[in-house]
Design a protein around this ligand. Structure first.
Ligand SMILES: [Zn+2]
Length: 134
């Protein structure tokens, strides 16, 4: 099971479109949209498929494995952090933070895995960290 890390991240903005995503995150699961009509996986969570516009969508459990597509180290703040786009093994990309990492050793294509950060209101927020050896 993925560990939980402590951060000062703000709580997620939960709305009707994404409440199942955040409920899953609180169970340490990463859920992505899966269209039952065209079979494509997508992110961000929503109630219709962005490819074929079908409302016949489901929530698939993602492996939590991804690779860094692009990233930026945000240094001009009190606690520098890494903002990144990662591409999930299932295909969709998501914007996230890379944590528990050496900023200098990050690179595009690096393999990362999901971890869960506790936000200010206690909700868990999925983030990613490098997997050792990659
Ligand atoms: Zn579709």
């Amino acid at each position: 099971m993925a560990e939980t890390i402590q951060t000062d991240v703000p709580p997620p903005n939960v709305d009707l479109d994404n409440e199942q995503f955040w409920a899953a995150a609180n169970r340490r699961q990463l859920r992505i949209g899966q269209c039952t009509k065209c079979q494509k996986a997508f992110f961000y969570p929503r109630h219709f498929c962005p490819f074929c516009l079908s409302a016949d969508v489901d929530w698939a459990l993602a492996s939590g494995k991804a690779q860094i597509y692009s990233y930026t180290v945000m240094r001009r703040v009190d606690n520098p952090y890494v903002l990144a786009y990662v591409q999930l093994d299932e295909g969709p990309a998501m914007m996230t933070n890379i944590v528990e990492c050496d900023f200098e050793s990050l690179r595009v294509g690096q393999i990362v895995e999901a971890v869960y950060a506790t936000s200010k209101n206690g909700s868990l927020v999925p983030m990613f960290r490098p997997i050792d050896g990659h």
